[in-house]
Each structure stands twice: as structure tokens, then as C-alpha cells.
Ligand binder design. Structure first.
Ligand code: C2E
Ligand code: CA
Ligand code: CA
Ligand code: CA
Length: 277
């Protein structure tokens, strides 16, 4: 048993060392990547369920690593959160969204409302709202063009309502992301100055053939209605899903069915420049 124990120990030590070396490398690379402007935002169109019109976009970050190619946020956002690098990443995202929206407006294009993701650590870091105000001021972007997406897990702290009220005070909208996967209670929601609940892809996926998923979507839509909020379904991939979501009364949707996240120049051509002949 002892030998086995030692073997196991050695095995894990090696794995851990390898793991942490790789993490350190990745952390260092991300630090440099931020400085070298390797982050890039993709934009995914958002549609009105009733009219089918594109009404805005969600900005999603990617890391264009010189050797490893495009790294998805699912890989580096958790690392950024563990290492505190989420603060410079988040700051870059906010500044870049504002710069892009400003550029589109300056070209006479109407991007609608563009949302960006804010991790809970970033939200609870003291200067977040100051940075948001400063970003709005220096970019000259109308606050109504922007929306922040916050996850439920970030909203449970006591000081949250004050923070959300300050965000709302700037005129920027608040959406709750991945709604239904966290712990928001009706009591909380009533007190939060939010505009929108985003229905998590997991529920949208099952909406055609899982009665449970369908009931949850139905429940979220009913709750949103009662509170005067809008609902946005994410991850809509099939026509059938859209039909059910429409019948259930969802207001907005995004998903591969109509549009994947794409770089700004492609987004612009595909969704903002309407060919009027
Ligand atoms: P999320 O905020 O829930 O974003 C939705 C994810 O679903 C995106 O993945 C998007 O590309 C993907 N998606 C959209 N439509 C479909 C569909 O029809 N089918 C499928 N299978 N997937 C779809 P992505 O871009 O890889 O982002 C993953 C997560 O990384 C995001 O989940 C968000 O939590 C985080 N993230 C992305 N950008 C940022 C950022 O700028 N800041 C922070 N803090 N987190 C970010
Ligand atoms: Ca999101
Ligand atoms: Ca989401
Ligand atoms: Ca999700």
C-alpha cells in the first residue's frame, strides 16, 4: 500500500508540476498577448423573434495566439479569472466594444444594442463602474447602445444592488446571462434593475423534445413578463427550436441558425450594411 501510495504521489506531483508549468506559461503568454493586442472581439447577431430583424449583437472575446492560433474564451477566461488577468482583459473588452460601436456610428451604420460579458470578479472590482463611465465619456457612445451581461453567480453579494443601480444610472442596460443555471430567486430579481434575462443554451437545446426544458423556458418567459423584462434565447440552432420559442413568447434570440460570431469587418458587411441598391 505504501509503494502504491508513493507511486500515486509521484504521479500526481509530476502531473501537477506539468500542469502548473503549462498554466504559468499560458498566464505569461496571456499577459504578453494583452500587451501585444492579440485579443480580438467577434460579434454575434441578435434577432427580434417576431420581425426576424437584427437588433444588435453580443461581443465575444477570442485570443489570437501567434503559434497556437485562435484560442476560445472557454479556455482562457477561467485562467484569466484565476490569475486576476480578467481585469485587464475585461477592461480591454469594454474599451474595444465602445471603440467599435463608435466607429460604426461614425460610418452612419446602426449597430443597435451591443452587449459584452462582464465576469463577476470584474464587476466586484471597485473601479468597474468608474471605468464604464469613463469609457462612455471618452468614446462618446450613447449608453443606450451598450448592454452588460452578468451571470447569476456574480449577483448574490449584498453590495450587488448598489452596483447594478450605478450601472443603470449610466444608461447602460443589464442582462442576466445563462439565466436558469444559477440561483436567482424571484425575490432577488424583483429588486434588480435588469432589462433582460438570457435563456441558457442548455434549455434551448431541449425545448423541442424535453418537457422539462420547455417548462423551464415557459416559466422564465412568464416570470420575465410579470417583472416587465425581456427574454433572449441563446444557442438557437434549428428552425424547430425557434418555432417553439416563438410560441412560448421569447422576445429575442441568437444562435448558429441565423448567425455565428464573426470578426467585426464580416459582421459589418453581413448585418449592418443593407444593400438598398
Ligand atoms: P456565453 O456568454 O454564454 O456566450 C455564448 C457562447 O455560445 C459563445 O461561445 C457563442 O459563440 C456560443 N454560441 C452562440 N450561438 C450558438 C449556437 O447556436 N450553438 C452553439 N453550440 N453555441 C453557440 P464563446 O464565444 O466560445 O464564449 C464562451 C463563453 O466565454 C461565453 O459564454 C462567456 O461566458 C465567456 N466569454 C466570452 N467573451 C467574454 C468576455 O469578453 N468577457 C468575459 N468575462 N467572458 C467572456
Ligand atoms: Ca454572454
Ligand atoms: Ca450566455
Ligand atoms: Ca451559456
Amino acid at each position: 500500500a505504501k509503494r502504491r501510495g508513493r507511486y500515486t504521489y509521484a504521479f500526481y506531483t509530476q502531473a501537477l508540476t506539468e500542469g502548473s508549468t503549462r498554466r504559468l506559461e499560458l498566464e505569461q503568454a496571456l499577459k504578453e498577448g494583452i500587451d501585444r493586442d492579440e485579443l480580438v472581439l467577434f460579434y454575434q447577431p441578435v434577432f427580434d423573434v417576431e420581425t426576424g430583424q437584427c437588433v444588435g449583437a453580443e461581443a465575444l472575446v477570442r485570443w489570437e495566439h501567434p503559434d497556437r492560433g485562435m484560442i476560445s474564451p472557454g479556455t482562457f477566461i477561467p485562467l484569466a479569472e484565476d490569475t486576476g488577468l480578467i481585469l485587464p482583459v475585461g477592461c480591454w473588452v469594454m474599451t474595444e466594444v465602445a471603440r467599435q460601436v463608435r466607429a460604426w456610428l461614425d460610418q452612419g451604420l446602426d449597430p443597435g444594442r451591443v452587449s459584452f460579458n462582464v465576469s463577476s470578479q470584474q464587476l466586484h472590482n471597485a473601479p468597474f463602474v468608474d471605468l464604464l463611465e469613463e469609457t462612455l465619456r471618452s468614446s462618446g457612445v450613447p449608453a443606450g447602445s451598450l448592454e452588460v451581461e452578468l451571470t447569476e453567480s456574480g449577483l448574490m453579494a449584498e453590495e450587488t444592488i448598489g452596483l447594478l443601480n450605478r450601472i443603470r444610472g449610466t444608461g447602460v442596460d443589464i442582462a442576466i446571462d445563462d439565466f436558469g443555471t444559477g440561483y436567482s430567486s424571484l425575490a432577488y430579481l424583483r429588486r434588480f434593475p435588469v432589462e433582460k434575462l438570457k435563456i441558457d443554451r442548455g434549455f434551448v437545446e431541449g425545448v423541442e423534445d424535453s418537457p422539462e426544458a420547455r417548462s423551464i423556458v415557459e416559466g422564465v418567459v412568464a416570470m420575465a413578463r410579470a417583472l416587465g423584462l425581456r427574454t433572449q434565447a441563446e444557442g438557437v440552432e434549428t428552425r424547430e427550436q425557434l418555432t417553439v420559442l416563438s410560441a412560448l413568447g421569447a422576445d429575442l434570440y441568437q444562435g448558429f441558425l441565423r448567425g455565428r460570431p464573426v470578426p467585426a469587418p464580416i459582421y459589418e458587411r453581413q448585418w449592418l450594411i443593407t444593400d438598398t441598391g
